[in-house]
Write a protein that binds this ligand. Structure first.
Ligand code: SF4
Length: 469
């Protein structure tokens, strides 16, 4: 993207929507227009998947090591978040695309020591140092598949090696299977301040259909005990639109959540990709169908209204808090595009304008670490508009997007985006107030479509500049 100075020099700064230059390079927003009808249920044929790294330029395999050798010595200049991946699960939940290794994998018992070695690598010292890290997240997989002492050791090592900010949020993903409150107490003693449990649904039949073994009673007993651990915030995930989850089941899921009153809850709409077992099961008719997108939209609106009525605060499109100690720092900062320092087999991170993925194969991960090297599997240069796209995603996520910073970087943006924004406003997806755009409940449900449309509009400006240079 051109700097403002360059734009002045080429005389494009004052181009309005009707100027010949804009007309010549006009971007067609109509593929992103909402359809006529009920905005909540019918605005689009489906929800667009959001792929933030789309368009990045992959580094060739033979240049990967040398490129990383240069990048790892580039000092971090801004605050970041950190992520530690634990790639073991008790079983493959049918809706999930993140399963890699079973809990019986021979590497599980020693995995924490490998990640600790990765955290200590001398060659990566510059990457680890720098401005404070605002949030540290242990995800997976299922981190609680590790033993209590292994987890506590891993948490302690991460805290020792990373420059965490005072009061940094430290989240641990947990699952009821192979876990108990004693294990979580050890993790809290080691520094965890937030425990995230993927509930998906409290309904036993729906849970069993997903491959989740714990029934509703066992799950609730576990969560109630966890709720009593006052030193850590408890957050849960619920999924809407699951097979067998009628609107009545969904309402009961919401009521159970209100009764339990965790500090935070995410309401995610089911998204089925061809690679997950549930997609095949639905195709073959071996399980109940998942809810059509219009029903998912009703479920989302019901969820938002139920939680708002109960006094919960909506922090982002999917995330709600019942108490001030729930801040959702990691997820919010990641979606806003801040850098993430990542560790563990299969983890993904970002640094110095590049995205990277750590080797997911446990054998290769271990071998590479034993040579004292970072086990990188992939590296890609991020699109030049990555930061401003993060601003768009963050604004829509949080319910208010300020267009002024985008227009300050790309003075043609507001002119290009105006037709699209007006169409969405008239369709009932957004409200506009000066340079500010706020999605309605319908717009929040379709937020990935809104973000995709705006990102395409930003990239159209980038193409235009490329054409004119
Ligand atoms: S939902 Fe969690 S526990 Fe289940 S397969 Fe996916 S990562 Fe593993």
């Amino acid at each position: 993207m051109k700097s403002p100075e360059t734009r002045l020099a080429t005389g494009t700064r004052d181009e309005g929507p009707d100027s010949p230059a804009v007309a010549r390079h006009a971007w067609d927003p109509s593929p992103h227009f909402a359809r006529p009808g009920d905005p909540l249920r019918e605005a689009f044929a489906g929800r667009r998947p959001l792929v933030p790294w789309l368009g990045g330029e992959p580094v060739a395999a033979q240049a990967l090591a040398s490129t990383w050798a240069e990048l790892r010595s580039v000092a971090r200049t801004r605050s970041a978040v950190a992520y530690v991946h634990v790639p073991f699960c008790a079983g493959h939940c049918t809706f999930c695309g993140f399963y890699r290794n079973g809990a019986g994998h021979p590497s599980r018992a020693t995995y924490h020591a490998l990640v600790e070695a990765e955290l200590r690598l001398d060659s990566e010292r510059a990457l680890r140092s720098g401005p404070p890290i605002e949030a540290l997240y242990f995800g997976g997989g299922t981190p609680t598949e590790l033993d209590a002492s292994a987890l506590a050791s891993l948490i302690g090592s991460a805290r020792a090696q990373l420059p965490l900010a005072d009061g940094a949020e430290i989240t641990l993903e947990a699952r009821v299977l192979h876990c108990d409150v004693e294990k979580l107490r050890a993790c809290i003693d080691a520094g965890v301040s937030r425990i995230s449990v993927g509930v998906q649904s409290f309904d036993t039949d729906v849970r069993h259909g997903l491959g989740r073994r714990a029934d509703s009673t066992t799950l609730l007993a576990f969560l109630t005990e966890l709720r009593g651990l006052s030193r850590a915030a408890l957050v849960i995930d619920l999924i809407l639109g699951l097979p067998g989850q009628t609107m009545d089941v969904w309402r009961r899921d919401l009521e159970t959540c209100l009764d339990l009153r965790p500090d935070g809850v995410d309401l995610y709409a089911l998204s089925l990709h061809p690679g997950v077992p549930l997609f095949q099961m639905v195709q073959r008719g071996t399980c109940a169908p998942s809810a059509p997108v219009g029903v998912q939209a009703d479920m989302y609106a019901t969820g938002v209204e139920t939680l708002e009525r109960a006094g919960w605060e909506q922090l982002t499109q999917a995330h709600f808090a019942s108490s001030p100690r729930e801040r959702n720092v990691y997820n919010r900062r990641i979606k806003a595009g801040v850098d993430c320092i990542a560790f563990g087999a299969g983890a993904g991170g970002t640094h110095a304008g590049f995205s990277y993925v750590i080797e997911p194969d446990l054998g290769t991960y271990e071998e590479t670490l034993r040579r004292g090297e970072r086990p990188l599997a992939r590296l890609a240069r991020r699109v030049p508009t990555y930061e401003i796209e993060g601003h768009v995603a963050d604004g829509i996520e949080r319910g208010r997007l300020d267009l002024a910073p985008i227009d300050a970087t790309d003075r043609g943006f507001c002119a290009r985006a105006d037709r699209l924004l007006e169409q969405w406003r008239k369709a009932g997806l957004i409200e506009r107030d000066g340079s500010s755009v706020a999605p309605t409940i319908a717009g929040r449900f379709w937020q990935s479509n809104l973000i995709t449309g705006l990102i395409e509009c930003i990239r159209a400006g980038e193409t235009r500049e490329g054409e004119s240079s």
